[in-house]
Design a protein around this ligand. Structure first.
Ligand SMILES: Cc1ncc(COP(=O)(O)O)c(C=O)c1O
Length: 503
């Protein structure tokens, strides 16, 4: 008795019919419905069954044969291939010579700051609310739009999109990035833009370009963990500069003019969430010129304006010697891994060599797809959907903080970006609150991760881009209970300036 194939054609689908059929057959092979050696129906019969032309089925079978799912021979029929099996795993463990790995490890590999996250205690709470993730939640990731762009790129550019990209990035993307920067008042010639694999790589290349082991590099007292790690890996001697809500303390900076560079995030300081004021930006640029210290401006939160007020001018808009780094990870899609650096021309050629050394180029396919995304205006459409949602999440978080947090805990209204910083009263240690909070089911970033010495105990960072509003509120309630109980227990027996990671 002839078996019906059960394959069907989706009249709504955009993919060609032969592709739909070959994909359905591949699915069945993958799931074992069509086992090895199974004979597929003759093309004429399957064509009648699904109501299509026989040539369409022939193309579907050819498609499957090209991917080695099936083998066909003239007059023999089409059979599911014998798929190569990987050799069975050896039942006894491989012999190990006992190399002295700890003595072989480099100083950078074993650097204390790189392993901090691993040394934090981990909770097994089964409903942990995660207020540490710095990425959009799944509902705010434009998967369909990206798929359309990738399809378009493969259709139009075909294999040309599948090779290595030019070292400095695709010309079209650099042009579009320059236009986008102009919109936010950052002057940039496309020739001076280098596309990088995430802004993390841009920071890495900049650090390698400027820092010799032992050189002083200045960072804010509370700063981005990833920048601490990159500078540490470059062998920098990190100098922590105190500051206030307006930015780094200028008189403290006058004492660190031996530094090669100062790393800053003017628009949404990570972890404190506030921005550097315009007056302080101008003072920083003047200091950089006077002291011959390079400014590295990390605009990782570009476009994440929550209150529709224009940010003060970028440092790069005040001085063309500023090294400006940004990314599409936070405003769009982290998985693109596309960031960029706008650099002074004198540095460009060295930065480019370093970027090329690091990865031989950022994915051409993803650069093409991002260029298509920007060209279609999808970024603006995406922001018009995501920004109101971030605003609602920020408001829900701040309302919950006002309602539930003890008065001793301080925070400021966040105007841009996706992080909120809680300043704890001196009698509490951030690492102890962090550990208790995790046990109570809420994960936050302790200040120690954001300080050069690992000793900052004054605060906790919360992000509001990843969890939905109701879980943000529940997270604040859990954290507030922990803090209230800690306050009731009285001061910790450990000194508040102790280094958490050495304790
Ligand atoms: C301040 C800051 N800069 C740079 C990065 C690196 O991001 P990406 O490499 O995804 O562009 C991050 C990531 O969290 C960040 O927080």
């Amino acid at each position: 008795m002839a078996r019906k194939s059960g394959l069907h054609i989706n009249t709504q689908s955009n993919s060609p019919i032969f592709r739909q059929i070959s994909e359905q057959i591949a699915d069945r092979i993958r799931s074992g419905v069509y086992p090895e050696g199974y004979q597929l129906p003759p093309s004429r019969r399957l064509a009648e069954e699904v109501g299509t032309h026989r040539n369409t089925i022939v193309r579907a079978y050819e498609d499957l044969a090209a991917a080695q799912w099936v083998t066909s021979g003239v007059g023999r029929g089409t059979f599911v291939s014998r798929r190569g099996k990987s050799p069975a795993a050896p039942s006894t463990p491989l012999p190990q010579g006992g190399l002295p790995w700890t003595t072989l490890l480099s100083r950078v590999g074993a650097a204390e700051s790189l392993g901090r996250v691993d040394r934090l205690p981990r909770s097994l709470h089964n409903d942990l609310i995660n207020l540490t993730r710095m990425q959009p939640s799944a509902d705010l990731l434009p998967a369909d739009e990206l798929r359309r762009c990738v399809d378009h790129v493969l259709r139009v550019h075909g294999p040309r999109a599948l090779g290595y990209a030019p070292r400095e990035g695709l010309p079209q993307l650099r042009e579009l990035i320059a236009q986008d920067l102009a919109r936010s008042g950052v002057p940039a010639d496309p020739e001076h833009i280098i596309v990088t694999t995430g802004s993390q790589q841009a920071l890495d290349a900049v650090a390698r370009c400027l820092v010799n082991p032992g050189d002083a590099v200045a960072v804010e007292a509370e700063t981005y963990t990833g920048a601490i790690n990159i500078m540490t890996a470059a062998g920098a001697r990190l100098v922590s500069v105190p500051g206030d809500d307006e930015g780094p303390d200028m008189s403290a900076l006058e004492r660190v003019s031996e530094a090669k560079c100062l790393y800053l995030m003017p628009n949404s300081r990570n972890p404190t969430g506030n921005s550097i004021s315009e007056a302080r930006r101008r003072a920083l640029v003047a200091w950089s010129r006077r002291a011959n210290v390079a400014l590295i401006e990390d605009d990782y939160g570009a476009d994440l304006e929550l209150d529709e007020i224009t940010a003060p001018p970028a440092l790069r808009a005040l001085d063309a010697d500023v090294i400006y780094v940004s990314t599409f990870s936070k405003r769009l899609i982290p998985a693109l891994r596309v960031g960029f650096v706008v650099c002074p021309p004198e540095l460009g050629r060295y930065l480019l060599n370093l970027k090329h050394m690091l990865d031989l180029g950022t994915s051409a396919l993803l650069q093409h797809a991002l260029a298509e995304f920007l060209d279609r205006g999808y970024l603006q459409t995406h922001l018009s959907r995501s920004l109101p949602e971030y605003r609602r999440r920020r408001d829900a978080l701040e309302e919950a903080l006002s309602r539930w947090m003890p008065a001793e805990v301080r925070w400021s209204h966040v105007k841009r970006g996706v992080v909120q910083w809680l300043r704890l009263p001196p009698q509490l240690r951030a690492d102890e609150v962090f550990a208790e909070a995790q046990r109570a089911g809420v994960l936050v970033s302790p200040g120690a991760l954001h300080s050069v010495s690992g000793g900052a105990q004054s605060g906790l960072r919360l992000t509001f881009c990843f969890e939905p509003r109701e879980r943000l509120v529940e997270g604040v309630k859990r954290l507030a209970t922990v803090i209230r109980e800690s306050l009731a227990r009285g001061p910790s027996s450990r000194p508040s300036n102790a280094n958490y990671f050495e304790a």
